[in-house]
Ligand binder design. Structure first.
Ligand SMILES: [Mg+2]
Length: 329
């Protein structure tokens, strides 16, 4: 049940009341739930791993002006995306989400309405995937910084890794590619948010593929989520598996709004890329989302690690997606 946070974040009392509001919204009456034995309110959270499962942990920074801009991204989208990035990593491991920890720093002058909207976006997604906010920290800083830690559980020894792809495996992706990059380009050209964005916007409100990830356990040999762009993330998977790959250009499920370039290199689609042996029957749809075969895993050679097949032409596919700290020169 949404209750607005009545805090003004520039006084100690304001901070305390914000913490109280977050704690209330996180829904913790001291009762243990699932893996969480003790959530917000003590020095540490106390967790209880599920029987026969392993804990998987991921962490993601959302930095103002690097990952979002307040004039492009509505506050609800910033809250949603901050959590979605971590949930997508859990999806890529075939894990179910168990607990979230959020450290948030904001400028003292940030409007209360911004914080209300941020948490509305955050908790709407958290409620949908039944992940509980079990702790975090608040601070003041000249720019908004949101650091999310997510804990999930995967059946012991069964977590999907980047390192299991074998030559001959078929490469699949879920959903469509490039939609987020195309939507970001639109935001960029509009300069600021003019209309209320739709909940289905692939850039502002990406949906983590958690249900699909869990269905891939025991079926996929390797998996990664597409956060940095197909070419870069496929490169990571090839690297970890010690293999090469060839992608068939015509097979790519390019989003209707996107260019081929955006589908290959645009980041933040948060779809899953996975591999499975060619004899494995992979459904063409999982959890209502299309699944498309886009290429094959190859033996690693001294030549190009990744190739793009365009009809009869064979080109090197270079990782050209998002890379942190890449120079703009
Ligand atoms: Mg990832």
């Amino acid at each position: 049940m949404a209750r607005p946070f009545t805090a003004v974040f520039n006084t100690d009392a304001g901070e305390r009341s914000l913490v109280a509001a977050i704690r209330q919204r996180a829904g913790q009456g001291g009762r243990p739930r699932g893996t969480i034995r003790l959530g917000i309110g003590d020095d540490c959270a106390v967790l209880w791993p599920r029987r026969g499962h392993e804990l998987v942990v991921t962490t993601d920074l959302s930095l103002e002006t690097v990952h979002f801009r307040r004039d492009w991204h509505p506050a609800g989208s910033v809250g949603h995306r901050c959590l979605a990035r971590g949930l997508s990593d859990l999806a890529a491991m075939g894990a179910r989400p168990e607990a979230a920890f959020l450290s948030l720093a904001v400028p003292g002058r940030v409007p209360k309405a911004w914080l209300d909207e941020f948490f509305r976006g955050f908790f709407a997604l958290a409620d949908r995937w039944k992940v509980q906010l079990a702790g975090g920290d608040l601070g003041k800083f000249p720019r908004i910084v949101a650091d999310i830690v997510l804990l999930g559980s995967a059946p012991k020894g069964k977590a999907l890794l980047r390192s299991g792809a074998k030559p001959g495996d078929v490469i699949y992706v879920t959903g469509t590619l490039g939609g987020s990059a195309a939507a970001l380009q639109q935001l960029r050209s509009r300069r600021r948010v003019t209309s209320s964005p739709s909940a289905g916007d692939p850039h502002l409100y990406p949906e983590p593929r958690l249900t699909i990830g869990r269905k891939l356990v025991g079926l996929a040999t390797a998996c990664i989520d597409l956060s940095d762009g197909l070419s870069t993330d496929l490169g990571h998977l090839c690297e970890e598996s010690g293999v090469g790959a060839e992608i068939v250009q015509e097979a790519l499920p390019v989003d209707a709004r996107a260019s081929l370039d955006q589908a290959l290199h645009g980041g933040e689609d948060y779809e899953l890329l996975f591999c499975a042996p060619s004899r494995t029957a992979v459904p063409s749809e999982l959890a209502g989302v299309s699944v498309t075969a886009i290429g094959r895993v190859k033996k690693r050679t001294s030549g190009a690690q990744m190739e793009l097949l365009d009809g009869r032409r064979r080109k090197q596919l270079r990782a050209a997606g998002w890379e942190h700290f890449r120079s703009k020169g």
